[in-house]
Write a new protein. Sequence first.
Length: 165
Amino acid sequence: MILSDKSAIVSGSCSNDAGRSTVTDDIQQIDRLDLAGWQSLLDRNAEMFHGIEPGGRLGVVSKDDFEPPAATMLVWQATREGMRPSYEPFPGFEQVAIDLLFVMDDATIRRLHDVATPTPFKEIKSKLRRRDILLYVVKPRDALIEAGYEDFLDSLGLAVLGTCR
């Protein structure tokens, strides 16, 4: 997959059979998972984010619960000290103030949060290819490159500049 100059959906679609989002009994809301677990994930995989400039923001929402204003978004924000997790209301795709947005099912969210998952970002890469995880590119390609996302996206198998550099 190659990112274009415009913002784009990189992979897949995200609705249930009836075409609307639903809330499962498993998580109910993503913010039921403690921030310490997310910080552990980010710390264990710090090399994934090493090039992202402070202020860079990645979001994660459950495909089973992304209807604003009730939905909650997990945000991984780059700081000088590394990535930091937080929860924010998900305002909808048009108003979201992040660079990249991952939409995934509750089981995947739980596996990422689980310290026993040995290679969480390999799992993300695999699920992106199978379109089990959706990635919405909110910022234009040039802005992502300027903000230091190239290595992160390359590690997920997403070519930022294409084959002709």
